[in-house]
Design a protein around this ligand. Sequence first.
Ligand SMILES: *[C@@H]1O[C@H](CO)[C@@H](O)[C@H](O)[C@H]1NC(C)=O
Ligand SMILES: *[C@@H]1O[C@H](CO)[C@@H](O)[C@H](O)[C@H]1NC(C)=O
Ligand SMILES: *[C@@H]1O[C@H](CO)[C@@H](O)[C@H](O)[C@H]1NC(C)=O
Ligand SMILES: *[C@@H]1O[C@H](CO)[C@@H](O)[C@H](O)[C@H]1NC(C)=O
Ligand SMILES: *[C@@H]1O[C@H](CO)[C@@H](O)[C@H](O)[C@H]1NC(C)=O
Ligand SMILES: *[C@@H]1O[C@H](CO)[C@@H](O)[C@H](O)[C@H]1NC(C)=O
Ligand SMILES: *[C@@H]1O[C@H](CO)[C@@H](O)[C@H](O)[C@H]1NC(C)=O
Ligand SMILES: *[C@@H]1O[C@H](CO)[C@@H](O)[C@H](O)[C@H]1NC(C)=O
Ligand SMILES: *[C@@H]1O[C@H](CO)[C@@H](O)[C@H](O)[C@H]1NC(C)=O
Length: 870
Amino acid sequence: MGSLLFFFLSISLSCAFVYCLSSSEFIYPNYSASHFRFIDSSGSFLFSRNGTFKAALFNPRGQQTKFYLCVIHVASNTIVWSANRDEPISSSGQMNLTFRGIYITDEDGSFKWSTPQLRSPAAALRLTEMGNLVLLDQFNGTLWESFQHPTDTIVIGQYLPVETALFSAVSDYDLSTGDYKLAITASDAILQWRGLTYWKLSMDTKAYTNSNHAVEYMAINQTGLFLFGRNGSVVIIQMNLPQSDFRIAKLDVSGQFIVRGAAQTREFGGPADECRIPFICRKIGLCSDDATSGSPVCSCPSNFHLASQNTGDCVPADASYSLPVSCNTTYSSSQINSSSPVSYLRLNYGIDYFANYFTSPVKYGVDLSACQDLCSEDCSCLGIFYGNSSGSCYVVEYEFGSIISRTTSHNDWLGFVKTLVGAATRSFDDDNDIGGPTVQFPLIALVLLPCTGLILLLALGFLLWKRSRVSKTLMIKLGSLTCPSSGELDAFSIPGLPKRFEFEELEAATDNFQTKIGSGGFGTVYKGRLPDETLVAVKRITNLGVHGKRDFCNEIAIIGNIHHVNLVKLKGFCAQGRQWLLVYEYMNRGSLDCTLFGGGPVLEWKERVEIALGTARGLAYLHTGCERKIIHCDVKPENILLHANSPAKISDFGLSKLLSPEQSSLFTTMRGTRGYLAPEWLTSSAISDKTDVYSFGMVLLELVSGRKNCSIRTQSRSTSDDNSGGGHSSSSSGQGLVYFPLFALEMHERGSYLDLADLRLEGRVSSEEVEKLVRVALCCVHEEPSLRPNMVSVVGMLEGEIPLSRPRVESLNFLRFYGRRFAEASMIGEASAQNDVMLYPQANASRTKTKSGSNTYFSYISSQQISGPR
Ligand SMILES: *[C@@H]1O[C@H](CO)[C@@H](O)[C@H](O)[C@H]1NC(C)=O
Ligand SMILES: *[C@@H]1O[C@H](CO)[C@@H](O)[C@H](O)[C@H]1NC(C)=O
Ligand SMILES: *[C@@H]1O[C@H](CO)[C@@H](O)[C@H](O)[C@H]1NC(C)=O
Ligand SMILES: *[C@@H]1O[C@H](CO)[C@@H](O)[C@H](O)[C@H]1NC(C)=O
Ligand SMILES: *[C@@H]1O[C@H](CO)[C@@H](O)[C@H](O)[C@H]1NC(C)=O
Ligand SMILES: *[C@@H]1O[C@H](CO)[C@@H](O)[C@H](O)[C@H]1NC(C)=O
Ligand SMILES: *[C@@H]1O[C@H](CO)[C@@H](O)[C@H](O)[C@H]1NC(C)=O
Ligand SMILES: *[C@@H]1O[C@H](CO)[C@@H](O)[C@H](O)[C@H]1NC(C)=O
Ligand SMILES: *[C@@H]1O[C@H](CO)[C@@H](O)[C@H](O)[C@H]1NC(C)=O
């Protein structure tokens, strides 16, 4: 061993000699460098083999105070990586390479940065031809590499893995970590500013989504930018770029994600509309596109003026108004105690705010003053945006970004900036001023304040989600509830709890659970008759979560208090030993799926429209009408119940919380197999009320067609003959295999809505209503949740109160992909159930490791190939 080491050392020493003379691709311990020591004043001490990249102690833009250890692309003089971005050194600070790694110290010897502890001694530092700075051990094994610690840029050959991020620099001469972030999520690459999303790769018109697999990393190569999954074997999202041997992708200081090719040519920038960059015009600055150049121009909105030329922030022109400071910043909190009255400065018409596209309103269907009150009560709120026709209330919290000036659309938006009346106690103009005590109280303030519904909802959701230990605390907070921990439920009292039945009573009512009328994710439903002769449906729950007993009390109290004509009423419950039962009103015509898809008499059009409207109203109530927003999570025809003398009602709402985690994944799989599952279930995106909107859209399509969206069509379509003129219809593969949502999209594009109506109705439909339902349905199934209307708007559109939205084809192209997979799956002769599974391969793969045999493996086809170039 010793002789081997000696041998290696002698080789490496001789190599060092050689490389010092020709090119210095390697340096070896003990090496030290400083900017000061290099005559060429570029500070370079290491070059890649062909000189494409160099490493240097470098001062960007020639300023003389901040020096960084950088990897630089020589031809374009672009910094692609920096070691000590947050700890710059002076011109005489040093970089030392020892067997323990790289150390950066300042002039006075103070420590600034180092590589982490290495698992074995470093033998060399190498700069590769790709631009990777690598610490090698004596066997040329990699101990550490700069590619794994990206700053704001990636180059060809570098992977940016999921759950990592690039952070912009503060400016071109100060490389420290700025406020913009490019994050790789399981489904997308997104740009964020202070936690708020402002761009997604998947939404960009140049990007195509090819697959639903989980993203593993982002990379660029000579032909484009890609998100890869399955260990690099599957492209999830791709963006094709011109062929180029050199390319870098950088999150620019401006907040734009920019891809450049050779000679600095700009190949791509996202967001394309620079006014969508959150802080492009600083605080409350108004961004508009210059008519001639198209580049953004900043100004202050009317009633505002520049705080000072240096910052570019806008403040109220009238000095008797001042801007409040959000309670979540590091400023002194004295403002919160201030008793200054709050007022709102109105922004002009035709404005917009970047976040309104990616966040949900904190409230729907409220009037303007209620929206303002929400903001006044919330010390973190700095302003509101209010959708006048829908009554949606969006709040701006923590930091006000730039405002977009839009003369064309959204004249419905009203924007208000919260101000305090009375002379400002201090100037808030300068963002860098962090004088004054920093009081750490925000969390308490957020919880205790009667704050926005959103925060409350988040907190509740979080607590319920972590239902283990915290559920007890939650109940104490909720008040008079005393659910005993031992599992005996006799001593509790919850206000508003519905009637409690004895198990024997229900046994008798159902004639010992004789007549089964349904079954689902929670258990089986039986028909029963109470002593007073009222008919009931008794749901016997079998799949209760581990900690179900406590939550059961809570959830029942909530469900029992929801009364709406389109929601099935919970009449009572039983919680005795291991028996968990819910007693619902009885709906004598059963569920919609039997009536709609069954062999009985055809459901007439008028009734279908009423069912659609009733279901929409029920969901809108769940989302906005209750004290707590309730997301159904399982909207499907099986959960829409009919009665001879009353409107359609939704069942099973509020129950998803009662499931154990294993059960809920089963539940998700079940949903997946039926095709009502929104794309975000498959990714790590948030489940929201928009998830229900998607499922509702799918149900609407089934109401129109009278058949399941994912079934194999046996009837032959009249339109399949007129393909000659209209081009090839990709939804049908010639054997009557149709993924109906895709067929609906195609007929929408052709304007022939009547082709979508149930043939069994033999034309007894209103063509206007068919068009309306189909268009609403397509808007509901937009892939991007923020583009789906909320249920309140859906009700408005169905009632004709608000104008129909136009489906956005760019967010529906995923249907072409699903449709193609459906057709392919059907053709290889799988049973229908497995077709469904294959539409959601990821849901299947991650949950049940079955049937991944070669014939069920699906080769992905780019949406580009399916839909043709866009
Ligand atoms: C580098 O310096 C350390 C401590 O000063 C010493 O132990 C080591 O042998 C030196 N390495 C080389 C390759 O000169
Ligand atoms: C360096 O340049 C030569 C000639 O231009 C080329 O053949 C070689 O592949 C390059 N090496 C690397 C690592 O790119
Ligand atoms: C770095 O190397 C220089 C020159 O060899 C030496 O004077 C200095 O003490 C070293 N610094 C550290 C932190 O090891
Ligand atoms: C390490 O790599 C260099 C350059 O590629 C080579 O010259 C050297 O022989 C390698 N050393 C070992 C121990 O493999
Ligand atoms: C870039 O990556 C894509 C996706 O893997 C691949 O299809 C393409 O051939 C690659 N281009 C080059 C030049 O390697
Ligand atoms: C992923 O691919 C790399 C090379 O492409 C291979 O070395 C590695 O074993 C693969 N990992 C898995 C989990 O398949
Ligand atoms: C607000 O405060 C919370 C908790 O202190 C913190 O996690 C969050 O990042 C802060 N948000 C902003 C925008 O500063
Ligand atoms: C707020 O006011 C209360 C009483 O008026 C006072 O006790 C408290 O210290 C004040 N807090 C701050 C942060 O000024
Ligand atoms: C808001 O809409 C109502 C009608 O829906 C209209 O009367 C009112 O003028 C609008 N308000 C503003 C400020 O545009």
